[in-house]
Design a protein around this ligand. Structure first.
Ligand code: GLC
Length: 738
């Protein structure tokens, strides 16, 4: 008994000491305290200099991005808020973090960020291609892979997803987003944010998501980069803002402001969109980081006469953290002291940054366990996810006479020709992080593996991606003459898209169309495989190919899905997330355009068709899907009634296949002229041969039938609304009262 009472006494002393100790520990160090209280406690302890340094993002490691000229820090300040982390492993991060945690006055951990756009080391399909999968579950899955590889390599935040709606293929960055549709960008943004952030940011398999580039960057004039975007309020609200609103609702931790001017206002100093919409109207409580030197560039844009003025405009415009130009560190303290920037505004910026750091658990776990690269990269599950995304994102654009899949009994010899046949680098795409060319399966190897010994492969490169050297044409032609079919692998260098990669034409270099014509002159069936980061003008090529496979830039899966489509192992299920114009001159051309004042043949081009080469949503399958009539739960409704539209799709072929059902809404008469149709829902399912699946579109009339005005106010008017899927349509009437 006596021993027990002594033990109880000792225990109570320990507990009270622990509490006492804890009392001595500042609140912000208490992991059990609410984050908001920890933020306020820490903020209250910070000096002006410490606050200013939290808003500073520089970088550490080898900067291989030619577009981001920067000044490398010779010493890393202990109080710096964030570093772009360009090292492929957590060791350097941990050593920097340890110095910060042990030697700085308050021990505020650094937030490390990186551009893992479509993978860290397990590189998967570029976002424009991902959207062609119409499989957001899969997009979430691959984002999860990237999150794990990134966090385990020392990265806390990725500068992704990029959700800039883009309708101009001359703009190289169209490859980085999810295409021309605001709804598609919204859905894939949600998937990416969920994949990156997982259940908890503190989990070392999660990273903070940073949506970019806010806002309107995708409307860069004439497809040039870093330039102006002139967007009406109506278009801003109906097209460019929705993906960001979706991402805020999904809990994205950060947003990056863009390089563009929006209607003359630098996006990185635009108080109306950043403070007014993002933070106030939508309640975004993460932080806004500028793009690389986009604060400094306000001077180039002719809006700030000095860099100090640029800093003032940016932070007062709502940008909380300044990337890459070190200007906050140089000017912000002075701006505060002279009253040009209030300390209240600075506190708000620091509050937002600290909030994300607390959510990431950086104070409790500032270091990342060091694991062997083979334990963190290219794990079987990671590779499988990348390969599944590649399978589902490739689009069969043309398949004349059902050439594909090959009739194996008639294929003894294949000619594999073209500059991308044995290429692995360009199949990684732009922004390929620590992706490694040797990880990529070339088309050549994939086809050789797929068809094995019983098919002879004759290879000839034929030509380069550009230039005028036709000396290889004849060898390739002779290969074609010996073969039963010709696989011609053409497309883009991966650096032809991405940042600072605008092109005046979306046609491939002429040598490629000349080479394809030469192959076609063999009279053998020609299958054109294209790997590219933008919609292409294929008008000079399509007639010289019996089949065309758009593979985009698939990452490590490389040519495997292509080989699978040739053999029939993969049934293509991709559909275009961006329109393929007939030529550059048609740009902009996209599915959700408004009606013309003259229907029919008036107002069209006089010198060529006004129709695209391949429409948004186009994609062929080896299966044959028949759509039944659309059924609706109620066809006369008031705006507050939720209804359901259903369609049963039957696979009438003998080949199992996945089908993405795209649900469109048309409001033929509205006080604001609406697009001829708007995608409002999509869902993809496997439908076994001979079987049927029912697809349901649950409709919230205000969100799914209604519209938004130039002030961002959503509304719905009475009248008929047409709901369509698979070429079937049903009409719903919205009335004042039943
Ligand atoms: C670049 C890009 C942006 C990227 C950032 C950091 O210039 O515009 O997308 O995340 O700088 O590398």
């Amino acid at each position: 008994m006596k021993r027990l009472s002594v033990a109880i006494l000792l225990l109570s002393i320990l507990i009270s000491n622990g509490a006492a100790l804890r009392k001595k520990e500042p609140l912000y160090r208490n992991p059990d305290a609410p984050i908001e209280k920890r933020v306020e406690d820490l903020l209250s302890r910070m000096t002006l200099k410490e606050k200013v340094y939290q808003t500073w993002q520089s970088y550490v490691g080898l900067n291989s991005n030619p577009n981001n000229a920067g000044v490398i820090l010779d010493t890393i300040p202990l109080e710096i808020g964030s570093l772009i982390y360009l090292e492929p492993g957590p060791e350097l991060r941990n050593s920097i973090q340890e110095k910060v945690m042990k030697e700085s006055r308050l021990g505020i951990p650094v937030l490390f960020a990186y551009d893992a756009i479509h993978g860290y080391r397990t590189i998967y399909q570029i976002p424009l291609g991902q959207a062609c999968s119409w499989n957001t579950d899969l997009a979430e899955k691959v984002s999860r892979v990237s999150a794990m590889e990134s966090r385990m390599s020392g990265v806390d935040l990725v500068f992704s997803p990029m959700i800039d709606v883009a309708r101009d293929g001359r703009w190289g960055r169209i490859s980085e987003g999810y295409g021309e549709c605001p709804y598609v960008n919204s859905r894939f943004c949600i998937a990416a944010v969920r994949g990156y952030q997982g259940e908890s940011l503190a989990d070392h398999s999660s990273v903070a998501a940073c949506m970019k580039h806010y806002v309107g960057y995708g409307m860069s004039e004439a497809g040039r980069d870093y330039t102006s975007s002139d967007i009406s309020d109506q278009s801003l609200w109906e097209t460019y803002l929705p993906p960001y609103e979706a991402g805020v609702k999904a809990g994205a931790a950060a947003v990056m402001s863009g390089f563009n001017t929006l209607n003359g206002i630098p996006a990185s100093a635009d108080k109306g969109t950043i403070e007014g919409i993002l933070k106030s109207r939508w309640g975004f409580n993460g932080f806004v980081v500028s793009d690389w030197c986009s604060v400094k560039q306000i001077v180039n844009q002719g809006v700030a006469e000095t860099e100090k003025e640029a800093v003032r405009l940016a932070i007062n415009g709502g940008v909380d953290m300044d990337m890459g130009d070190n200007l906050n560190m140089e000017h912000l303290e002075e701006l505060i002291k002279e009253g040009s920037v209030s300390e209240k505004r600075l506190d708000e910026a620091v509050r937002r940054i600290l909030r994300v750091k607390f959510k990431l658990g950086l104070f409790e776990n500032p270091y990342i366990d060091v694991t062997a690269p083979e334990k963190r990269y290219l794990l079987p599950a990671h590779v499988a996810a990348a390969e599944q995304m590649a399978d589902e994102s490739m689009v069969l654009l043309k398949n004349e006479g059902g050439l594909l899949p090959f009739d194996r009994s008639r294929i003894r010899r294949l000619a594999l020709v073209g500059p991308l046949c044995k290429d692995n680098v360009n199949l990684l795409g732009n922004w390929s992080a620590f992706g490694t060319a040797s990880d990529v399966t070339t088309i050549y190897k994939a086809v050789a593996d797929e068809f094995g010994e019983d098919v002879e492969i004759i290879y000839a490169r034929g030509c380069g991606l550009d230039g005028n050297d036709e000396s290889g044409f004849q060898e390739a032609f002779e290969a074609a003459m010996k073969a039963d079919a010709v696989i011609c692998c053409l497309g883009e260098d991966r650096m032809w898209s991405g940042e600072n990669a605008s092109r005046s034409t979306i046609a491939l270099p002429e040598i490629q169309s000349r080479f394809l014509a030469k192959m076609a002159s063999s009279g053998r069936p020609v299958i054109l495989i294209i790997s590219n980061g933008r919609p292409l003008d294929l008008s000079c090529m399509a007639d010289n190919a019996d089949a065309i496979i758009e593979m985009w830039q698939p990452g490590i899966a490389g040519g495997k899905p292509v080989a699978g489509i040739l053999s029939g192992r993969v049934n293509p299920s991709g559909r275009l997330s961006v329109t393929f114009p007939y030529c550059t001159g048609q740009i902009p051309i996209y599915y959700c355009r408004r009606n013309s004042a003259r229907r029919g043949s008036q107002g069209l081009y006089q010198d060529m068709t006004s129709e695209p080469m391949y429409r948004f949503g186009h994609g062929l399958s080896f299966s044959v899907f028949e759509y039944g009539d659309i059924r609706i739960s109620d066809n006369v409704i008031t705006a507050d009634m939720k209804i359901k539209a259903e369609v049963t799709v039957t696979n009438v072929s003998d080949t199992d296949g996945k089908e993405a059902v795209l649900w469109y809404v048309t409001d033929p008469f509205c006080s604001i002229a609406r697009p001829v149709r708007e995608l409002r829902f999509f869902e993809k399912k496997m439908i076994r041969a001979g079987e049927s699946e029912t697809f349901v579109f649950e409709i919230d009339p205000l969100m799914d039938l209604g519209y938004v005005d130039r002030n961002g106010n959503r509304f719905i008017e009475t009248g008929d609304y047409h709901i369509s899927a698979g070429g079937r349509t049903i009409t719903v009437k919205v009335v004042e009262r039943l």
